[in-house]
Design a protein around this ligand. Structure first.
Ligand SMILES: *Cc1c(COP(=O)(O)O)cnc(C)c1O
Length: 404
């Protein structure tokens, strides 16, 4: 994404042409960026040769998942729906892991029938349920157990998952207890230790602590796992001031760990693969000025992009046509939804904007469309994919008649 003269281009296509063709709000992905991200992730960890399972909850568009499949990645899913979508995209069940604290019987049955790589269980009750179903179906099921390592991921509190106060995973004590209980189970084979401490993690140090916890636990348990699933969580640069994640350091830490333990590493990246590959196009409906502020009222809202309202996250906003005049007032970019938190960005000073002009909200590829809803009975946006000078509709805009 870059400006040519004053016009914003996505790959080789002019943004303005896209909004004229597809309307707004529209999620627009760059295929090249997606491919670059995948390649970079694979390269960063090539010396440890991990299994990569894309986190489908970050983006569940079928065409995107087909690209993910093409790259050789598998999928990390958290519901039957996501599992079905991953399978529909052609991803092999042998590359699918199933996470989540509350998998229902029906979902577990489906996973067992599909013979997926691992069901990552998060409670003793869940493993008993898997064992019961496996016995019923006369099958041996490979499972992982998710550890809650009690580590502060140093990210937004609402997207931290690795502290004891969070609902995810099992304490070390419960973990060891389960290992003992199911060591000789005929129907459940504990093959994997899994962890996932949170999302948008930009510092490698929480991961370093996490690996230390795993090391101690493995020593204590004397259990030999086939896989260690390190989850996802690597952050991206939403703001210029955020420092880039140190992949090299993280890779070194894992390499060290692998000198001691001969296991296969699994990663479940979502955000780091897809977040910065998309923008959300929106049109300015009205501009309302007060003495202190300009409210830029967009036709995209929190139902289209929930992250700012849900956990105060930052997304930069860029005009499709850059006006060289500047306006010094505070600009609040808001949506039309009847909630005060329906606000994307508040910045002091911006390019001069007029009503009916267009903007792009940046880095929305992860937890953007997948978190969208029909709140206020607003139809969901469409999604398009750019490849060079081509644009392709990859999800139709929802019609009101679909939801009324
Ligand atoms: C959400 C989630 C991920 C993906 O996290 P990102 O921050 O998007 O990389 C991976 N594993 C599990 C278990 C998750 O819940």
């Amino acid at each position: 994404m870059r400006f040519k003269k004053n016009k914003l281009f996505i790959e080789k296509v002019e943004g303005l042409k896209l909004v004229k063709k597809f309307g707004t709000p529209t999620y627009c992905y760059s295929l090249r960026k997606l491919r670059d991200n995948i390649r970079n992730f694979q390269k960063s960890f090539s010396t440890i040769n991990p299994i990569l399972c894309f986190s489908v909850k970050s983006n569940s568009n079928l065409q995107i998942l087909k690209e993910i499949k093409k790259s050789g990645m598998g999928a990390d899913v958290v519901s039957k729906g996501e599992m079905m979508q991953a399978l529909k995209a052609g991803i092999s069940p042998k590359k699918i892991v199933f996470s989540g604290v509350g998998k229902k019987t029906e979902e577990l049955k489906f996973a067992i029938d599909k013979k997926i790589l691992l069901i990552n269980a998060e409670s003793e009750s869940e493993i008993f349920e898997i064992e019961r179903l496996a016995k019923l179906k006369k099958k041996i099921v490979d499972v992982g157990i998710r550890l809650n390592p009690n580590i502060d991921a140093k990210t937004l509190k609402k997207i931290s998952t690795g502290k004891h106060e969070d609902k995810f995973g099992l304490t070390e004590k419960a973990f060891l207890n389960i290992l003992n209980k199911f060591r000789n189970s005929k129907f459940v084979q504990i093959k994997c230790l899994s962890v996932h401490i949170g999302s948008q993690i930009t510092d490698y140090k929480p991961y370093s602590k996490m690996i230390n916890v795993l090391d101690r636990l493995l020593e204590k348990s004397k259990y030999v796992f086939d896989y260690i699933d390190l989850g996802g969580g690597i952050g991206i640069q939403y703001e210029k001031k955020t420092k880039l994640f140190n992949y090299k350091k993280y890779n070194e830490i894992i390499k060290n760990f692998l000198r001691k333990y001969k296991v296969k590493i699994i990663f479940e990246p979502g955000r780091s693969i897809i977040a910065n590959s998309a923008v959300l196009f929106a049109q300015i409906i009205y501009i309302k000025s007060t003495t202190k502020k300009k409210f830029i009222i967009l036709d995209a809202a929190m139902n289209d992009l929930m992250r700012p309202a849900l956990y105060g996250s930052y997304h930069n906003i860029i005009p499709l046509i850059k006006n060289n005049k500047r306006n010094k007032k505070i600009h609040d970019f808001v949506g039309p939804v009847c909630e005060t938190t329906d606000k994307f960005l508040s910045v002091k000073g911006f390019y001069h904007l007029e009503e009916k002009e267009y903007v792009a909200i940046s880095d929305v590829g992860a937890y953007g469309m997948s978190l969208s809803s029909n709140y206020n009975l607003r139809p969901k946006a469409c999604e398009i994919l750019i490849e060079n000078n081509l644009s392709k509709l990859i999800l139709k805009r929802q019609k009101l008649s679909n939801i009324i």
